[in-house]
Write a protein that binds this ligand. Structure first.
Ligand code: G3P
Ligand code: MG
Length: 245
């Protein structure tokens, strides 16, 4: 039976792209103010196993901290400023936990795409912990989060930990066995670099029962081409350019 697909066509990358500090609740709120009802975010583990939002392995680019985020406890990470790097408006914005974001999405009936983004060397543990936490947080809710990752081992762990949560394989290039990999992971979707989609690859994915998503689409012409191909969803930074229908 195909996995239910309740997700909207437009997804705000890291909350609101570059318009607000990525992967913060402030970004989600800004994305929502532009009409977005689904958000992508990157999730990894603190040293004491708390799933939290951050893209890079290192803290330096997007927070007031230094070094590897996954080597610090949640208590230490919670003290950091994840907004000042972006602009004064967001000074003091904290790093959110997956729990913080789940509450925001559930209370507002928003959908979430959780990209499992392990600290290097932690693929399996991160896949297991994030899937378990997502299952707990969305227990009994409609509109489960979509778990995606470039890391096959993390998706295998997520499948083992929470088989009922939908999964998507993230691909920046198409290896010869991309469909076999997605099938083995019992994925509902593949999320590709948008340049990989054409009539042939879309048809192959569809024939394999997979939904077709793209990242990160910031230009009108690319978005139009993907819509014309009939792909299922588009992840964008440009929440100010593309208005979700
Ligand atoms: O999940 C889609 C996209 O976010 C993947 O790339 O590096 O922006 O996390 P990245
Ligand atoms: Mg991401």
């Amino acid at each position: 039976m195909p996995t239910p697909w309740p997700y909207p066509r437009w997804v705000a990358h890291r909350g609101a792209g570059k318009l607000a500090p990525e992967n913060t609740l402030a970004a989600f709120r800004l994305g929502a103010s532009h009409g977005y009802r689904m958000f992508e975010c990157d999730v990894k583990l603190s040293a004491d196993g708390v799933p939290f939002l951050m893209h890079d392995a290192e803290l330096d680019r997007t927070t007031s901290g230094h070094g590897i985020g996954g080597e610090q406890t949640w208590q230490a990470l919670a003290q950091l400023d994840a907004g000042s790097w972006h602009s004064r408006t967001y000074a003091g914005e904290p790093l959110p936990t997956l729990g913080n974001v789940a509450r925001f999405c559930l209370r507002n009936a928003y959908f979430l795409n959780i990209e499992i983004k392990p600290t290097p060397g932690q693929d399996r543990d991160t896949g297991t912990a994030v899937a378990r936490e997502a299952q707990r947080l969305w227990q009994g809710a409609s509109g489960h989060p979509l778990l995606s990752s470039f890391r096959v081992e993390a998706l295998h762990a997520a499948l083992a930990a929470a088989p009922a949560l939908p999964r998507a394989l993230l691909l920046d290039t198409l290896p010869p066995d991309w469909l076999a990999q997605a099938r083995e992971l019992q994925c509902a979707a593949v999320v590709c670099n948008y340049r990989l989609w054409n009539a042939d690859t879309v048809a192959q994915a569809r024939a394999a029962g997979l939904r077709t998503l793209s990242y990160t689409v910031n230009e009108e012409a690319a978005a139009q081409a993907l819509l014309a191909l009939g792909t299922d969803a588009i992840i964008t930074d440009r929440v100010d350019l593309f208005a979700p229908a």
